[in-house]
Ligand binder design. Structure first.
Ligand code: MV4
Length: 501
């Protein structure tokens, strides 16, 4: 087995990989920028090397520097985490040229799946359903007009190089097409340096369900069931769960088989994810794209399968066979993950940098916090503001929701704003509890919230009502005073406010 691995990343995912290495008795090398001198991943690793100023393109994206550090430290492999260099084929080629193992798929696989159009071609070739649409970039407005009519409105324009919804436009009818095409192309050019845009038929109110796949270098390809990731805000996942609340063994088998077909077709190696859009109407599903990395939301799959995906990635990179077969994979229980961000949900999710002055993590049955921070940590403005991923496990979805609600009450982060209050509301939302999760969930949730907010003129009434409620709850003491907060949580918060800790 490898004796030493370099982690070309930061934050919680670097910590996650270091933790797996520790368990496997592999020494770890961290890299850090000026902004991360005191970061958690630097403290957890056996060695740490400085790689440059805070901006990513001067530090975590400088692959020559990172490869030089790997050589200098004697690391035999590099784990890229997600983001940064994780899907950069040029980086992989240079890592391998330096005689270092890259923990991930071969560069050709990354290139094949890197473009949406090329990925669609691979999926079609593999006999996997894709969203009806084109497999060539649009040549002109005329071309777009004819294609849209052929597939029928509404259609989606998508950037082939796209990701994160950039360059994506929903077009309801022909009157919107011209400006949508121009905007989509210029956004694609600005974001990716490539203005190739193609057409897909729009799937109405779809779910985003993805299948975790795993492949070794001996030609074994398996899937580990699905993750439901439909709850997204501005194309960023917010809450993920496994299994999907649809929870159909038949659908899992069909989608899993398609995901494995895609993995086989590209000669995949390691951990990958095949994304699908699933129509809520008839459960028809369509290949969307494949992510050639370990994903943020991998813990929910680990919780319901009992398989350590990072450990498996490292074993596969060393050349071992998968430690399990498809028959061994059993989905048990239910897991839900919330992405905790240093953002202010009351102020349009504006990043909230600063020092974490207080940190109390949930404990007890069924909780897992994949964190990258500690009390005293500084959250800078330079990187993604995700500070931890908080996941719970229960025997079924109802128990997982109960645990998430309880654990979110215990969870306390002081000194900065976080998205925790937002999650405390979602976990109590009836549509969420009922599992009605499609792409329109967050917009509908915001509408419901707005409906209960009051207008300016009602402010006095609200104050009076609040005063009445306050005296009513005072009278009822020592009962629990809040529906949303345990007494342990509120006394902790009081202590924090009074600086008595
Ligand atoms: C779509 C779609 C409807 N029809 N494609 C793809 C990337 C993801 N960030 C949003 N994507 C979508 N692609 C077709 N042909 C709707 C979405 C979509 C979405 C999908 C899953 C979860 C949330 C979403 C929010 C907005 C749009």
């Amino acid at each position: 087995m490898f004796k030493k691995i370099l982690i070309a990343n930061r934050g919680e995912i670097a910590c996650r990989v270091i933790r797996a290495c520790r368990e496997m008795k592999i020494a770890t090398v961290a890299v850090y920028s000026d902004a991360d001198r005191d970061a958690m991943h630097v403290r957890l690793a056996d060695e740490a090397f400085y790689i440059g100023p805070p901006p990513s393109n001067e530090s975590y994206l400088r692959w020559e520097k990172i490869i030089a550090v790997a050589k200098e430290s004697g690391a035999e492999a590099i784990h890229p985490g997600y983001g940064f260099l994780s899907e950069n084929a040029e980086f992989v080629r240079n890592v391998e040229k330096a005689g270092i193992k890259f923990i991930g798929p071969p560069p050709e696989v990354m290139e094949g799946m890197g473009g949406k159009i090329s990925a669609r071609k691979i999926a079609i070739e593999a006999g996997v359903p894709v969203v009806p649409g084109t497999t060539e970039p649009l040549r002109s407005f005329e071309d777009a007009r004819e294609t849209a009519v052929r597939f029928g409105y509404p259609v989606m324009l998508k950037a082939s190089a796209g990701g994160g919804g950039k360059g994506m436009r929903l077009v309801m009818d022909e009157s919107e097409l011209k400006s949508a095409l121009e905007n989509s192309q210029s956004e694609a050019l600005a974001s990716f340096g490539d203005d190739a845009v193609y057409v897909e038929k729009a799937v109405v109110a779809p779910r985003h369900i993805e299948i975790q796949v795993f492949s070794d270098t001996h030609g074994n390809h398996v899937h580990l069931g699905e993750r439901e990731c439909s709850i997204q805000r501005r194309h960023q996942k917010v809450i993920e769960e496994a299994p999907s609340p649809i929870n159909s063994a038949k659908l899992r088998e069909e989608m899993g088989a398609c995901a494995v077909k895609v993995a086989k077709a590209v000669g995949y190696v390691g951990a990958g994810t095949v994304e699908f859009l699933v129509s809520d109407l008839d459960r028809s599903f369509y290949f969307l794209e494949m992510n050639t990395r370990l994903q943020v939301e991998h813990p929910v799959t680990e919780l319901v399968t009992g398989i350590d995906l990072v450990r498996e990635q490292i074993r596969v990179a060393w050349g071992e066979k998968l430690s399990f077969t498809q028959e061994d994979v059993e989905i048990k229980g239910h897991a839900i993950e919330c992405r905790v961000y240093a953002e202010d949900p009351d102020n349009n999710f504006l990043p909230s940098p600063g020092t974490i002055t207080r940190l109390r993590l949930p404990q007890g049955p069924g909780v897992r916090d994949d964190g990258g921070i500690y009390e005293g940590s500084e959250i800078s403005i330079y990187y993604d503001p995700m500070i931890s991923k908080f996941a719970v496990f229960g025997k079924d979805r109802a128990e997982a929701i109960d645990r998430m609600r309880r654990a979110l009450e215990e969870y306390e982060v002081g000194g900065i704003k976080t998205t925790l209050p937002f999650f405390r509301e979602i976990i109590r939302d009836q549509e969420f509890i009922d599992g009605k999760l499609d792409t329109g969930f967050i917009p509908r949730f915001n509408q419901r919230k707005k409906a209960v907010e009051v207008s300016e003129v009602d402010q006095d009434m609200v104050l009076i009502a609040a005063a009445l409620k306050y005296f009513a709850t005072q009278a009822k003491r020592p009962e629990i005073t809040s529906k949303t907060e345990s007494r342990w949580a509120s006394s902790g918060r009081m202590a924090a406010m009074q600086n008595r800790f």
